[in-house]
Design a binder for this molecule. Structure first.
Ligand code: ATP
Length: 401
């Protein structure tokens, strides 16, 4: 296995379009790295440069200390699994898996041993005599993976390998692929536009936007410490609530003014005390994840400085929790990034955000306990977990604190 480094790699297409812009990314030996981002962000282009299918315009691509910019695809010792499995229809599962090894001129007994070993790991032992058309979608995807794995390449590349499977199978294969990868400890670069796939499968996740890497981190860090507004809005569903707030110091406490309401923050809300001096009296973007809001009727006893008055618009009962769509007085954060993501998630949402901004009302989504009695058109008080609030610079979008 091997490490992979994108050292300031860019791709400029013939028409001058910069699809990947100065990508700096180190993938460790044995790591499962997911490249994720909205359509057109450059993730496939990055993967294709690594595969040798696309020329590198600037920078160096390094596999195990060797610059491979000029190395032909077949000499890079990598295997790629695509969304359309590309199996040979006339060959059995065994022969599909053995094909590459025959070309490598391995002995019959070595081939038999390797195919048998991998068939066991990926659960294809009983299907080796079947032809692809006698297999389900998930089984075919497994054969495609098996065929890549038996070659023992240095690096696996996967481009949306689960996108042709139905929703239920996709969920099942998600954990299967992650399990196989961990068992083999195979360096893997996996491309997807699906944030749930990224978060559940990756050891680390690299989130891209418009050719630029936004953050590379473990899934939990990406969720809990997003480095900018784009990451904060892209990761998490329902998305993080974002609104404009003014930060101030009052009677020795840090407070945020949201519309005409005041929230008292924890002293450690801004980890760096200099940030308070920088941002005191200024407007910032304040972010609260839906699960950090609760109906005050359920979470009783929270001080009034941690509560916000809101109006309930709708409530969706999901069995284990309620998704409450609320509205408060205030101003939504309407940077291009936030609008772009809102439009990506739901085409009506961006327009709604604009309209709400005009009305000075803003949407607030809470994940409430089922004990909540919140109903449409009622007024409620919501308790904010003020220890979990995020702040961002409104101009640069960068996280504060
Ligand atoms: P998707 O999820 O839709 O596949 P992606 O993040 O994988 O998106 P890429 O396929 O890497 O995106 O494309 C990145 C950008 O480069 C897109 O805007 C695309 O239109 C552009 N692009 C891709 N190939 C070419 C090309 N040959 N010439 C010019 N522009 C290209």
């Amino acid at each position: 296995m091997a490490s992979v480094t994108f050292d300031n790699v860019s791709k400029v297409y013939d028409n001058g379009f910069r699809a990947v812009d100065n990508l700096d990314l180190q993938i460790r030996d044995g790591e499962f790295m997911v490249l994720v981002g909205p359509s057109g962000c450059g993730k496939t282009t990055a993967l294709r440069m690594l595969a040798g299918l696309e020329e590198i315009s600037e920078g160096d691509l390094v596999i195990d200390n060797t610059v491979v910019n000029e190395v032909a695809p077949q000499k890079r010792d990598i295997a790629m699994v695509f969304q359309n499995y590309a199996l040979y229809p006339h060959l059995t599962v065994y022969d599909n898996m053995a094909y590459g090894l025959k070309i490598q001129k391995l002995s019959k007994s070595d081939i038999k041993q390797r195919v048998g070993e991998i068939a066991k790991v990926i659960g294809l032992e009983d299907l080796l005599d079947r032809k692809p058309k006698q297999l389900s979608g998930g089984q075919r995807q497994r054969v495609a993976m098996g065929r890549a794995i038996v070659r023992r390449p240095k690096v696996f590349l996967m481009d949306e390998p689960l996108s042709n499977l139905d929703a239920k199978l996709r969920v099942q294969m998600r954990s299967e692929v992650a399990r196989i990868q961990h068992e083999l400890k195979a360096t893997t670069v996996y491309v997807t536009h699906d944030q749930v796939e990224a978060m559940t499968m990756g050891d680390r996740v690299a989130l891209m936007r418009r050719g630029v890497l936004q953050q590379v981190d473990t899934p939990m860090r990406l969720y809990n410490a997003p480095s900018n507004l784009f990451v904060a809005s892209f990761i998490g569903s329902p998305a993080m609530n974002l609104f404009e707030a003014q930060l101030n110091r009052r009677n020795g406490h840090l407070v945020a003014t949201v519309g005409d309401q005041l929230l008292r923050l924890e002293p450690e809300a801004l980890a760096n005390p200099n940030d308070l001096d920088r941002f005191a009296g200024k407007n910032v973007a304040l972010g609260i994840r839906p699960e950090h809001l609760e109906d005050a009727a359920v979470q009783t006893g929270a001080p009034s400085e941690r509560r916000l008055h809101a109006t309930v618009k709708t409530v969706e009962a999901l069995g284990a929790e309620l998704i409450a769509h609320l509205e408060i007085a205030g101003k939504p954060v309407l940077t291009d990034e936030v609008k772009e993501i809102a439009a990506d998630l739901d085409s009506t949402m961006a327009a709604e955000l604009e309209a709400e901004a005009f009305n000075s009302r803003l949407p607030l989504v809470g994940r409430f306990d089922v004990a909540s009695r919140a109903r449409a058109d009622q007024s409620v008080e919501v308790v904010v977990d003020t220890s979990r609030i995020h702040f961002f610079d409104l101009e640069s979008g960068a996280a504060i604190g």
